[in-house]
Design a protein around this ligand. Structure first.
Ligand code: CA
Length: 357
């Protein structure tokens, strides 16, 4: 039972179907558009809410505390980014560099690389487990990226393994009788390969231990690298729901032509191996100037025509898209655009703002 999230999920669904908890969140989920059945984010239904790195607007990203808070908020999915340690353990952190969210520079001052950065892959799980996690800083300035977020410095937070994270969410699914799914990102597969590691296999091995292997299972697997998603679908034969994350060429940090990928023809190519796309808010809606009405792009229509779900990143109350008037207006525009899901740092507010009126 310990290694069977899917069985646990079925149990939770059966329990709620018994009607023993008429006021339970599971019932509210159903009213919003289908609870576990919404794992596919059906078009026309209420968009799913993905807790981006947990409820990261309120607690340091990817900590157990941020994940538990997100689960308590009744989100549909909780995100976990995955990188590897020196001993090959998949851990839940956003970057292969660990100096922006931990005290590694103070704890291990001599273990940085020539470029001045500290990397997860240079530390064992035991070493990383001894680090304190804190709110994200900009490595160039040392300043906090979101100065208004969680401020107490004397609260200890830790790094979790992917396995611990899945066990935590599975346990909460049982005790709350509610199904919250996983939304797992494989980070920098090419970089890991250069370090002699296969992060994708490590992730799939953990998921397999939890019997997460089918399209109908409550999980989406995401990656920015189209070659890696093709490998997952074709070479590794995975049937999991896949999301092609799409960036912007202006960021200049990928070998992929994301502008081309966002065209109708590009999306039709993506649909050959993926079930959805994860796109940046300005790819769906833009505000040309302050006070202007939102201008929708054709991306959602084109993606739906190709059979792809559209999940949009990242909703942040404290970092609005350019010229957007307020947080509510961003949600209203995305609803109008017909997106199937959103990544949010403030998932409780996103849930409330996306509810049918
Ligand atoms: Ca991510």
């Amino acid at each position: 039972m310990r290694h069977s999230l899917f069985s646990i999920t079925l149990l939770a669904v059966q329990l709620s179907a018994c009607g023993s908890t008429p006021e339970s969140p599971a019932s509210a989920e159903d009213a919003r558009g289908g609870g576990a059945a919404r794992a596919d984010g059906a078009r026309g239904a209420v968009p799913i809410v993905i807790a981006h790195r947990g409820a990261s607007g309120y607690l340091p990203e990817h900590t157990a505390e941020a994940k538990v808070l997100a689960h308590g908020m009744g989100v549909d999915f909780i995100e976990q980014d995955v990188v590897l340690t020196r001993d090959g353990m998949p851990i839940v952190l956003h970057d292969v560099e660990i100096d922006t969210v931990t005290d590694v520079a103070q704890r291990f001052p001599n273990r940085r690389r020539a470029n001045g950065r500290w990397y997860a892959i240079d530390f064992t799980l035991a070493e990383i487990g001894s680090l304190n996690v804190r709110e994200r800083i900009d490595p160039r300035t040392g300043n906090r990226v979101f100065p208004d977020r969680f401020t107490p410095a004397n609260v200890r937070f830790g790094v979790r393994t992917l396995e611990e994270e899945i066990a935590l969410i599975a346990g909460l699914n049982v005790t709350t009788r509610r199904t919250t799914g996983l939304y797992t990102e494989i980070k920098a597969p090419d970089w890991h390969r250069e370090q002699g590691r296969d992060v994708t296999r490590a992730v799939l091995d953990v998921l397999e231990r939890y019997e997460l292997r089918k399209r109908t299972d409550p999980i989406w697997l995401q990656c920015f690298d189209p070659g890696e998603l093709l490998r997952i679908r074709q070479d590794l034969g995975s049937d999991l729901k896949l999301v092609q994350l799409i960036g912007d060429n202006s960021w200049g940090d990928a070998n992929v032509d994301f502008d081309k990928m966002r065209t109708a023809a590009g999306l039709a190519e993506v649909a050959k191996y993926a079930d959805g796309v994860g796109v940046w808010i300005p790819h769906v809606v833009q505000w040309p100037n302050a006070g202007a009405k939102p201008a929708l792009t054709t991306l959602v229509r084109d993606a739906h025509a190709a059979g792809l779900k559209v999940h949009v990143y990242t909703l942040r109350r404290d970092q609005l898209p350019q010229n957007a008037p307020d947080f509510a207006a961003v949600h209203a525009a995305l609803l109008q655009a017909g997106v199937d899901g959103v990544f949010s740092d403030f998932p409780d507010e996103s849930r409330a703002l996306l509810k049918p009126r």
